[in-house]
Design a binder for this molecule. Structure first.
Ligand code: IMP
Ligand code: MG
Length: 183
């Protein structure tokens, strides 16, 4: 769906599909240069990172493998609970592998700092993070995110994989959810 299809539910379109694609192409170029021939395991964080993974990975002109983790820290709320729970673990052994975590958004950073520690303890050769979006609160927690698409204001956003109560993931753009939808 496009923003025009749900204009009553959004207060502002933050990023268009085209802006997102351009940014992912740019990040892909950086990643290829940085890894310089070393094969990477992309780990997507379900479900929000599905769109980022699909589009970012296809911009890469090199071999990668892909795996997925499902963790939850939000439930159906718009605020982080601080509790991270594994719902689906990796299928692959990442010992000695170069892991690039692909995330939709870093908000409090709790999910990511937990994941970074978890992956380091499994003996990965390196662990880096690529996040399409980052909110200002992310600065408050120690999260080393090597590749960031866009720094955005502290609003609850939806679209391009991001949901509110499981809806809006199929919106092509990233938009600010209108407060009347969740209040
Ligand atoms: P964090 O642990 O607070 O950094 O965020 C964990 C997860 O919450 C993210 O990966 C998203 O799936 C979700 N999240 C955070 N902010 C938003 C938002 O503005 N809209 C939708 N989901 C969000
Ligand atoms: Mg996520």
């Amino acid at each position: 769906m496009r923003a025009a299809d749900i204009s009553d539910d959004i207060s502002e379109v933050l990023l268009t599909e085209e802006q997102i694609h351009d940014k992912l192409a740019e990040l892909a170029t950086q990643v290829v240069a940085d890894y310089d021939g070393r094969e990477v395991v992309l780990v997507g964080v379900l479900k929000g990172a599905v769109m980022v993974m699909a589009d970012f990975a296809r911009h890469l002109p090199v071999h990668v493998s892909m795996d997925w983790m499902a963790v939850s820290s939000y439930g159906a709320s718009t605020r982080s609970s601080g509790v991270v729970q594994i719902r689906k673990d990796l299928d692959t052994d990442i010992t000695g592998k170069h892991v690039l975590i692909v995330e939709d958004i870093i908000d409090s950073g709790l999910t990511l700092s937990w994941l970074l520690e978890n992956f380091a303890s499994r003996g990965a050769a390196s662990v880096e993070v690529l996040a399409l979006l980052r909110k200002p609160d992310a600065m408050k927690v120690e999260v080393d995110c090597r590749y960031v698409g866009f720094d955005i204001p502290n609003d609850f956003v939806i679209g391009y994989g991001l949901d509110y109560a499981e809806r809006y993931r199929n919106l092509r753009d990233v938009a600010v959810l209108a407060p009347h939808v969740y209040s």
